[in-house]
Structures are given as C-alpha cells and as structure tokens.
Design a protein around this ligand. Structure first.
Ligand code: NAD
Length: 328
C-alpha cells in the first residue's frame, strides 16, 4: 500500500518539527514547508521546501499532489512578541492562511488541519486567576485579546466555510500553551516555560539565584507537553469532529508555581523579582470535556515531568553558550 502523502507547513518550527517526526513514525510520506529548516535537529520530513507562504504561488507548490495539509505556519511568539506586533501578525498570518486554504482547495487536497489557539477566547471570560475552564462554545460573543487571536478566529471561520461551500474537510484545534524541548528559548519569540527555564539555568550557572518575572506571577495558565500535543493533533485529524476543539492540559498553575517546579528540576532555590511586562489575560484554563468525548483521550504527561524534560534541554543550550570561566 502506498503511503499517504501529506504536507506540514511550519515544519521548521517547534510544533511542526515534532509533528513531522511523529507523522513519519506513523507511516506517512511527509513534505515539510517553512521559511527555515528546524533549528536544533535534522528534519524527519522526506522532502523539505523553503517557501514563503504569504505568496499564493508558493502555497500552490506546497500543497501540490498532497492528500492532506497540516497548516501550522504562522508568524508567532510569546506574549512579548504577540503583544507588540499586531499589524505584522495580522498581515502575515492572514495571507498565509487565506492562500494555504485556497491552494488546498485548488489542488484537491482532501483534508486540512488548522492550528488555532486559546487566544481566540474572549477577554471577559479570563479576568481572574481562578478562572472557569474555557469550553469551545465560550468563543462567542467574540472579544479576543489581540490581533493574533482575531486572525485565528477568522481562519477558523474560513475553515468552516470552505468545508460547507467546497467540501474541503477541515479540522480545527485550539492549543493551550504547548511547550517542550526544541522550541525557541531565547531571542524574544520564546514562550513562558522556555523563558523561565533559561532564566533559571542562567541563575544556576551564574550563582546569582534571582530571576525576573513579568507581573506578580499570580497569572494562571495550563501547559501541554509537546509529545501529548502531536498525538492529539493526529487523533483529531483522523476523527470526524468538524468543530474547533481544545487541546491542552487542564491543570491550572500560576507562573510562580511553574518557577518553583523548574527550580526544583534545576536543583536550586530562586528568588523572584517582579517587574513590569506583558502578561496577557489574568487566568486561562482548558475545559477538556469535549476533547475526552471526541477523542476518548486527554494529555497524559504531567507538568512536573514535561517541565523537567524541557528544563534539561534548555539547561544544555545555556551551558553551551556560557564560557566556562563565567560560570559561578
Ligand atoms: P513556531 O513559531 O515555532 O513555528 C511556526 C513556523 O511557521 C516557524 O518555523 C516559521 O518560520 C514558519 N513561518 C512563519 N511565517 C512563514 C511564512 N511566511 N512562510 C512559511 N513559513 C512561515 O510556532 P509553533 O509554536 O510551532 O506554533 C505552530 C502553530 O500552532 C502556529 O500556527 C501557532 O499559531 C499555533 N499555536 C501554537 C501554540 C503554542 O503554544 N506553541 C499555541 C497556540 C497556537
């Protein structure tokens, strides 16, 4: 039997790289597409194309002869990046998604998987640290926090309408803070878990155990380890569920608690210094009721285990960058 041919866009990025590896292990023939190759290890893709997906002709090349599309490419980063690049994000991601979906239709791809985000949920549902977990139907009336969330919401609508009007089968996931090794860990695009791992590793090596935290550290979130994420993506793609679905952990933690878990993985005690910085909404958690119903599954890897693995990966990167004579 010939292998199913699929394309993963954003295959040079964090989730796309892990997903490509997982899909190859499941027996697919995988084409990866991105502006860049994966930064930390070799791609598992059978073919890798460097293409700018803000151009329609490139989206047509990316999806040509592919049965299925996993559309992950996006201009994105952590709260610092998302909070200060609204116009850029809206422009780049709208073009990428409009053209990817249209190209999938024109090339007669059968299925398209779209990675939306918990950032689509309205601000007014996320005002306290002890927030009620967000159900899929909480998305409306819409009031996402920024352009990143608005663009994701519009693309969700595109997916629904392309299915209704053209019969392109679409699957839509809403990620809640995916983290793990081989993600951005410095440079401004890293997200909270990786940034905190870096700060704690630096504190460990410098012998100055104080780290800076944006806000009071009481803001809450849930975090899902990458190995669970790729399993969930594949299960959803193979399911017949057509509406957007949360994919995240439902263990609510504060940033202060995350710091304590990482510090314990590092084997040090850290002092927290609170500074001004973008924090996003006050609290956010995933309601996984529908995820369990639809997939008969939910993320398995504990936060402690996921953060331990992530910390040790980041610590190794930091160790390689700090000259021996500057270590404490
Ligand atoms: P990432 O930044 O690591 O990967 C995105 C990739 O898209 C990058 O490699 C980037 O080079 C590529 N890209 C950007 N512009 C492009 C262009 N014009 N043409 C081709 N490729 C381009 O991000 P990620 O964490 O792997 O996220 C993957 C997807 O999941 C994104 O759509 C993101 O919005 C979504 N998502 C991620 C999270 C999370 O916690 N990681 C949460 C919610 C949603």
């Amino acid at each position: 039997m010939s292998k199913k041919r699929i394309v993963v866009t954003g295959a040079g990025g964090f989730v796309g790289h892990h997903l490509s590896k997982y899909l190859v292990s499941q027996g697919y023939w995988v084409r990866g597409v991105d502006l860049k190759r994966p930064q930390f290890s070799k791609t598992a893709c059978h073919e890798f194309k460097i293409l700018d997906l803000r151009e329609k002709k490139n989206c047509l090349k990316a999806t040509k002869d592919m049965e299925e599309v996993y559309a992950l490419a996006a201009d994105m980063g952590g709260m610092g990046f998302i909070d200060s690049n609204h116009a850029t994000i809206l422009y780049n991601n709208s073009l990428i998604n409009l053209f990817t979906i249209e190209a999938a239709r024109l090339n007669h791809c059968r299925r398209l998987f779209y990675t939306s985000s918990a950032c689509i949920y309205p601000k007014y549902k996320q005002t306290s640290t002890q927030v009620t977990p967000l159900k899929e139907e909480d998305a409306y009336p819409a009031d996402p926090q920024g352009a990143y969330g608005w663009e994701k919401l519009i693309t969700e609508r595109m997916c629904l309408h392309y299915r209704e009007e053209y019969g392109l089968e679409t699957r839509i996931v809403r990620f809640h803070n995916i983290y793990g090794p081989e993600g951005a860990w410095k440079g401004g695009r890293e997200k909270a878990p990786a940034a905190l791992c870096r700060k704690i590793a630096l504190a460990k090596f410098s012998g100055k155990p104080e780290i800076e935290i944006w806000g009071d550290g009481e803001q809450t979130r849930s975090f899902c380890f990458i190995d669970d994420c790729v399993v969930g993506i594949h299960k959803l793609m193979r399911s017949e569920h057509r509406d957007p679905l949360n994919l995240g952990h439902d263990q609510l933690v504060s940033i202060n608690q995350i710091v304590d878990i990482i510090a314990s993985a590092a084997g040090i005690a850290v002092k927290k210094k609170y500074i001004e910085g973008p924090q996003g909404v006050r609290g956010r958690n995933s309601d996984n009721t529908r995820l369990r119903e639809v997939l008969g599954w939910a993320p398995q890897i504990s936060l402690e285990e996921g953060l331990r693995r992530t910390y040790h990966w980041v610590e190794e990167r930091v160790r390689q960058e700090i000259p021996r004579d500057r270590r404490g």
